[in-house]
Each structure stands twice: as C-alpha cells, then as structure tokens.
Design a protein around this ligand. Structure first.
Ligand code: ATP
Length: 261
C-alpha cells in the first residue's frame, strides 16, 4: 500500500522509521509514587557513542537499570534491534547482546587477566564450563585480541588484584567485549582514573564501536567531549536536552541545572 494512503497512526513513529539499535520511548518508572524516570525517549544509532549526563539523582543509572532488566519499567518501551526488552529477564537481555558494566569492577582478583577473560568467553560462562573449558586456538586468539584492545597484553599472566584501578576497569570492559555485545553500557567508566588513563579509555571506546554502540553515563565533561557522538541530558527524570556536545553545552537550560555548577 502507498504510505500516503495509510492512516496517520500507522505511519512511522521514529522507532520504525529507521534502524535504531536502541529505541527508548515513553520510559517511566515510579518508586513509591516518585517518578525517577519520567516519560524518557531517546534513540541510539548503530556504531554510536551516546553519553547520558545530568545532575545527581537525574535518573541516569535508573535508565541503564531499566535497559538491562534489573529494574522493571512502570510504562514505556525499550526496543533493541526491534525487540521489546521490557518483558525480558536480565539474562535474556544479556543473551540478546546487551552488556553492562557497573561502577565497581566485578573482576576476579585471584585470577589472572587471561583467566578473567577466559571465563567471560561465552562458551565458558557456567562454573562447570569454566572448569572443563578447553583453551582452543580460537579462544586464545580472541583473548589476545581483546587484551591488546584494553592495553593489557603484557599483563595477561598477572593476577587481577595487582592491576591499577584503571587497568581493572579496562579488564572489566574486556570481559564484556569478549561476549561481543552490540550494545555496551558503561556507568562512569573513568571515575577515579588518572588523566592518562582517561585519554586511553576514550581511545579504547572509539576503537570498539565498529559493529556496536556504547551508552555511557559520565560526569567528566572533557571525557564526554572526547567520546560522545551525541549527548542526552537528564534532569529530574526527564530529557532536558539532546544533541552534539557543542550544542548541549551552550543550551541555557543545561548550563542552569548542570554545567554551570
Ligand atoms: N530502587 C530505588 N528505590 C527508590 N528510589 C530509587 C531507586 N533507585 C533510584 N532511586 C531514586 O531515583 C532517583 C534517580 O536515581 P539515579 O541513581 O538513577 O540517579 P543518577 O542520575 O544516576 O544519579 P548519580 O549521578 O548520583 O549517580 C534518585 O532520587 C534515587 O534516590
């Protein structure tokens, strides 16, 4: 049928106009009547680095919790490659290709960098699988490739507990990358890092976006400028502004509630 003849309700919402990797629409969650996230919509393209910024309590972490299924939405929709995530369990969302890194690294201190990456390889995920896991060439090659990307190729045999704070963060990113998610979500990845480590993390993110998108929460504006293709600003659970960092940082509303402080 000619699109011009379709009733207007059937003609393209943004979510079906275009192949977004992630389409969040009207997302809302209430905690005891308090709307921590209130009618939030945003759209992430394939190969995009999107950064969510905003003051403390704006709802940024809650948005990531909703996308990864840790918190259930009160209403609204989260479509990942066209698939509705709000009805899926956390593990089904991981299976679908969404990886999430929390603020505190969850690496195994007493294992080496190699072993941490190895147990994160999809085939070795279960405890049983991890113990009986055969280090075939494919896995080894992938671990070396990831270690190179996360700047840890010379630390493969080092126990994770001896890594610096920044290296631990990179290792955890590596543990997600080895699962090859198409959407990678990172909550304040450079918090506590040195300036040098921040620059390298920006390099790392710019390197890994071929074939995937990254959704980052961050407060470090220099870092945001280095990585963001687009920025979404949240304030009191709502989208306050969105666009390039150039545009957002001169938006008077954003300056008033966040950047001017
Ligand atoms: N499980 C929960 N139960 C009740 N209130 C919650 C829950 N999770 C978050 N909140 C509240 O929702 C609001 C948004 O919190 P959220 O952690 O998403 O903000 P944020 O933008 O990530 O802040 P920050 O930059 O400080 O990390 C806050 O007022 C918080 O106290």
């Amino acid at each position: 049928m000619n699109a011009a003849l379709l009733p207007s309700t059937l003609i393209g919402t943004p979510a079906d106009d275009k192949n977004f990797l992630l389409a969040v629409e009207g997302l809302t969650v209430s905690f005891d009547g308090f709307k921590a996230v209130n009618d939030v919509s945003f759209y992430v393209d394939p190969d995009e680095i999107r950064v969510i910024i905003g003051p403390n309590g704006a709802g940024k972490t809650t948005v990531l919790d909703l996308i990864c299924g840790r918190t259930k939405a009160s209403s609204g929709s989260i479509k990942y490659k066209g698939q509705e995530l709000t009805r899926l369990s956390e593990s089904a969302i991981v299976q679908a290709g969404v990886g999430r890194k929390f603020q505190t690294p969850s690496i195994y201190d007493d294992l080496t960098v190699f072993e941490n990456l190895e147990i994160s390889f999809p085939r070795g995920r279960s405890v049983f699988g991890a113990l009986t896991f055969k280090r075939d060439a494919e896995v080894r090659d992938r671990i070396h490739e990831i270690a190179q990307t996360i700047f840890l190729k010379d630390q493969l045999d080092e126990r994770a507990e001896f890594l610096s704070h920044g290296q631990k963060q990179w290792l955890e990113i590596g543990m997600l990358l080895i699962q090859d998610p198409e959407l990678l979500m990172l909550d304040e990845p450079v918090a506590g890092m040195s300036v040098g480590e921040r620059i390298k993390t920006a390099e790392l993110l710019n390197q890994i976006i071929k074939g995937r998108s990254v959704l980052v929460i961050e407060h470090d504006m220099k870092f945001v400028e280095d990585i963001a293709h687009r920025v979404t600003v949240l304030h009191q659970g709502r989208v306050l502004s969105e666009g390039s960092m150039e545009r957002v940082k001169t938006d008077p509303k954003v300056v008033e509630v966040y950047l001017g402080h």
